[in-house]
Write a protein that binds this ligand. Structure first.
Ligand code: B12
Length: 450
């Protein structure tokens, strides 16, 4: 039987946090080959392995926390990391640069102990995280030169030319997997759920957090987002496969499942509602989370009640700005009164205010008209938390292209979300806004404090 190694690479960045991070795309692809090959997973970001597989003490990495890698009550937590030198293009950004995840020697030991492999499939995520992928490719090449390396996912799709330069044997662009099946000379079964059983199967880390995505693409065309341009219009995934996926997760003891959807509430009567009704009918008990932002416009009273009943615990709402001019200029995804209405529905349905958060972009090229401070105060007045979402300029999007006057987008490191707001607004201003956001959030817990 052919042997596949699946790899979720380390992250080189100023900051990274395990916000329900899972290599879900990679596992979805491998799931389609279930039973046809032997699969192993090396997940550099698996916090549960940090005193086992990672052998943190041996590799001198800073521990994620004083005790065993702790998670918060919904399964998120800090990743272990070590300080490294900032790469040349980011030298002027006055923040410490780090490498997050298992030490390099853990991977090379693992390769030697568990190899050889016929294929190595690597998950790529943020475009500016490519140094982690380069590192994985170098180590695979030097240990098992005969292994054939495949890249797929977000960086491979958005920066495909750049990714080809890293020396993999195949770069899969977008969600068309036909070139992959031809390369492997294998026939997929698209009805199969993601290959969650490889997580923890070869080590002593149980699977704790899962991810799911009910639909591909997005019906909106927000000027800062790449999804509709890269993945096209909204297409629901088959309900039966999704239910098999969530059952597989719950059956393996997973408590928290994050939705990776770009438009989870769109066409809810046809997609989310039937899914949640089946989750309730089958008595599948998991906590559900929406890190990738919900569109408040579609959050009706009925839907909010169903979501809370089915197990949704945290609600992240994409707001971005209170300014009508900014809202209209970026695609009119949501208006302020729609956010206010959605929050009322969530309160009425029994959602906990501390678990409702509105995202607002910081460092956007049109920040002049964004009225960010007023947006933050508007969110505070609704009685929910705010979170500043640092802007990442993505090539091929209207807003990303507008940033070419500040940064060289051909270098994916310059898409970094910590760097761009500092370049756009200045270090002091970014710090001031973040401090203000923290103070506003603290005042939710202690009303009247601000
Ligand atoms: C889920 C998600 C997140 C999650 C994290 C996911 C993770 N595991 O790391 C959260 C919510 C934390 C997140 C955060 C952010 N995100 Co985000 N996120 C996504 C999203 C929706 C899916 C990414 C994903 O997991 N894809 C994997 C699976 C779910 O995708 P799939 O479609 O099923 O995969 C298919 C193909 O892609 C392919 N494939 C996928 N993987 C693989 C692997 C192999 C080997 C192969 C062969 C094929 C393959 O085959 C699959 C089957 O068809 C994308 C948008 C999108 N729709 O892709 C944005 C996206 C990646 N994020 C984006 C952004 C901007 C951000 C933030 C900067 C937002 C912010 N300001 O806070 C932060 C950055 C976090 C950080 N620390 O830097 C941008 C990209 C930015 C960039 N420069 O790369 C995207 C593209 C959205 C956008 N606005 O355009 N994000």
């Amino acid at each position: 039987m052919r042997r596949f190694l699946l790899v979720n690479p380390p992250i080189h960045d100023f900051a990274a946090y395990d916000f329900w991070l899972q290599p879900y795309g990679l596992l979805s692809v491998a799931g389609q080959l279930r039973g046809q090959a032997e699969f192993l997973l090396f997940d550099y970001l698996d916090r549960a392995r940090s005193d086992g597989g990672f052998r943190i003490a041996d590799c001198g990495l800073k521990k994620a926390s004083a005790a065993h890698p702790q998670s918060d009550r919904w399964g998120r937590g800090r990743l272990c990391c070590e300080r490294i030198e900032s790469p040349e293009p980011l030298k002027n950004i006055p923040r410490y640069f780090r490498r997050f995840g298992a030490a390099r020697t853990c991977f090379t030991d693992y390769l030697r102990e568990r190899g050889p492999f016929d294929y190595v499939l690597i998950q790529t995520m943020m475009t500016y995280w490519y140094p982690g992928i380069r590192e994985v490719i170098e180590d695979v090449r030097s240990t098992w030169p005969g292994a054939r390396i495949v890249l797929g996912g977000n960086y491979a799709t958005i920066c495909s030319e750049h990714a080809r330069g890293l020396g993999a044997d195949l770069v899969v662009v977008g969600s068309d997997l036909e070139p992959l099946w031809q390369f492997l000379e294998m026939t997929p079964d698209p009805g199969q759920p993601a290959l969650w059983e490889v997580v923890g199967a070869n080590d002593y880390s149980p699977l704790r957090v899962g991810a799911i995505k009910l639909a591909d693409g997005c019906p909106f065309r927000c000027s800062y987002c790449s999804v509709p341009r890269v993945y096209g219009g909204f297409r629901p995934r088959p309900l039966e496969r999704l239910l098999a996926e969530v059952e597989l997760l719950a059956g393996r003891g997973v408590e928290n499942v994050a939705f990776y959807d770009d438009a989870l509430l769109f066409d809810a009567q046809k997609v989310l509602v039937p899914f949640l009704k089946e989750v309730l009918r089958r008595d599948i008990r998991v906590h559900l989370h929406t890190p990738n932002a919900l569109n408040a416009r579609f959050l009706t009273g009925d839907l909010a009640r169903l979501m809370v009943k089915a197990g949704f615990k945290t609600f992240y709402l994409g707001f971005e700005s209170v300014s009508r001019q900014w809202q209209q200029g970026t695609g009119g995804k949501v208006f302020s009164e729609e956010l206010a209405q959605a929050v009322e529905h969530l309160f009425a349905a029994g959602a906990d205010p501390v678990d409702i958060t509105a995202y607002q972009i910081v460092g956007h090229p049109n920040s002049d008209v964004q009225e960010l401070e007023e947006s933050m105060r508007f969110v505070r007045r609704l009685g929910i938390r705010g979170m500043l979402a640092d802007f990442s300029p993505i090539p091929g999007t209207p807003d990303g292209e507008a940033c070419r006057r500040w940064v060289d987008l051909e270098e994916p490191l310059m898409h970094n979300k910590t760097a761009f707001p500092i370049i756009r607004l200045g270090f002091e201003e970014v710090n001031r806004l973040k401090d203000l956001q923290r103070a506003l959030n603290r005042s939710i817990m202690a009303p009247g404090a601000i």
